[in-house]
Design a protein around this ligand. Sequence first.
Ligand code: MTE
Length: 301
Amino acid sequence: MLIKKPADIPPSEITSPALYARRREFLKSAAALGAAAIWSPLEPLRAADDDLKPTPYKDITAYNNFVELGPGKTAPAQYGGNLRAKPWTVAVEGHCEKPGQFGLEDFLKPHQPEERIYRLRCVETWSMVVPWLGVPLNQILPRFKPTSDAKYVEFTTLLDPARMPGQKTRLLDWPYVEGLRMDEAMHPLTLLATGLYGKELPDQNGAPLRLVVPWKYGFKSIKSIVKIRFADKQPRTTWNLEAPDEYGFYANVNPAVDHPRWSQKRERRIGDFFKRDTVLFNGYGDQVAGLYAGMDLRKQF
Ligand code: MTE
């Protein structure tokens, strides 16, 4: 996903190939008409109310990061399709009174997935708006009765190279792992998603169960979860293990903290031509800033 230097990333990788092609066409015709004079006055006219306009289904499901299904943005959609070959089990472990193995339906029971339209900001500086279907994690976790030692929650993705061809490579140290502090996990915005656009989650988006933490960079939103562990210490996380100087445990969207190899000040919403300013906590600051009171978010990035 993120190991390339900016100069190595072709524009075609920063957005979907179809959009890229359309932009190329637009650029060509705009250039013919005297581009600069035409574009710049348009930017302030970008509708402010498009902030939560859902990105088209085809873009959300064709432009993905899911290294287990393949590198690059199009491989996950291409090599998905086999994740739900078996019934799905979620193991709950660690510091809790009621650990166990649960079939997916039992794990979610009695909660019905609800729709939540969230912005998602990827560390690679693209963003989208996704109408998720999911159950807030804070409705699910209390059932397992976490003890006072449960300070963090660790999540683990399925490890099965037969169903996830990317795991036959050494692109990452498998299985993918992520973690949240307990208060982040229990925040009402934190979702366990089971679908999008009213349908079941496609494999490439993390079927059948993925985390969504909308105020953090996309890599925190771990896909195809098979294990949840209540931990007393900060869990290891895949991208932090891979490149600790580049990807912190907190990974809060923060335009003031650049990635060491590129700026995080602006982002390109999939489907937009112009970039827009990135907002602290991805625009969810009113709800989540209090979680980080007193912390230096430049050090704990
Ligand atoms: N989860 C797993 N297991 N493997 C991954 O490679 N990629 C992450 C995250 N969750 C990833 C993952 C990254 S970098 C991003 S930006 C989001 O998934 C992308 O989610 P999307 O493809 O649904 O947009």
